[in-house]
Design a binder for this molecule. Structure first.
Ligand code: HPA
Length: 278
């Protein structure tokens, strides 16, 4: 057991990054399945494998590299997480949010999270892109359990506008300019790693969820705790079970995510440019 406080751990990770780059990122992006190319496209990029940093865990999931990429996107200093770790891999909730907390500690004012999700909304199709308007944390976990460090954030953070209206507007504006259609809705975050049963899907729909996935919600809680503005974009890679007529596979999720990579990358670039200016 490490006896370091959360803040000490965050600062050790952030200091190790600062030894490798003098950049002071203004915005952060968490790159979900298949979007790693965005990190490599940053100008003057410094790429740091999580394994070379204290207190960072790497993901073992196919399609999830594990690097911080720090560099310039359209004049905005940007830090990306190329890959994230998930609860279902057996990581503690602290490990799941360590990366985004480090970005917060490095001073980013806004973070855009991306993910792959199953579509719950009838009428939606695989390949649809969704701005997350709100979330249901159904993981049964919170990164804020335990003593609170008031210097990082409040004991009882407000979640009434967890997804930032201005950042949502940035995503909408970019999509309009790029002529990319967007859905908007509620993301339900579950533990996984099973895809849902049809009964669970009916429950989630009755709860008001439009999409379901296995990431994002805990990162949003940790970021809001630390006062960072948050946006999220889901690629609806499949129809959730019971809605879809066939069995779900990770291969299908990856293939659909890959087919919308171009649109997702275009939105990310435009979003960073706009978010850097708000
Ligand atoms: N359920 C949960 N997570 C997912 C799904 C799904 O259908 N698709 C992509 N991630």
């Amino acid at each position: 057991m490490s006896s370091l406080t959360l803040k000490q751990k965050l600062d050790e990770t952030a200091d190790a990054i600062r030894k490798r780059t003098t950049a002071k990122p203004a915005v952060g992006v968490v790159l979900g399945s298949g979007l790693g190319a965005f990190g490599d496209s940053l100008g003057g990029v410094t790429k740091i494998p999580y394994g070379e940093l204290p207190h960072m865990s790497a993901s073992a999931v196919v399609g999830h590299a594990g690097n911080f990429c720090i560099g310039d996107m359209r004049g905005v200093s940007t830090i990306c997480m190329q890959g994230r770790v998930h609860l279902y891999e057996g990581h503690a909730v602290e490990a799941v949010v360590q990366g985004v907390r480090v970005m917060a500690r490095m001073g980013v004012k806004a973070v855009l999270l991306t993910n792959a999700a199953g579509g719950l909304n009838p009428g939606w199709l695989p390949g649809d892109l969704m701005i997350v308007r709100d979330q249901l944390n159904l993981t049964g976990k919170s990164p804020l359990i335990g003593p609170n460090d008031d210097s990082l954030g409040p004991r009882f953070p407000d979640m009434s506008a967890a997804y930032d209206a201005d950042l949502i507007a940035c995503v909408r504006a970019v999509a309009l300019k790029e002529k990319i259609a967007l859905r908007e809705g509620v993301y339900a975050g579950l533990l996984g790693p099973t895809y849902e049963t049809p009964a669970e899907v009916r429950m989630l729909r009755s709860f008001g969820a439009d999409a379901v996935g296995m990431s994002t919600v805990l990162e949003v809680i940790a970021l809001r705790h630390m006062g960072v503005r948050v946006g999220a974009l889901s690629c609806v890679t499949n129809l959730a079970s019971g809605i879809s007529k066939h069995k779900l596979t990770h291969e299908e999720v990856e293939a659909t995510a890959a087919s919308r990579r171009g649109e997702m990358l275009a939105i990310l670039g435009g979003w960073v440019e706009r978010a850097g200016a708000i």
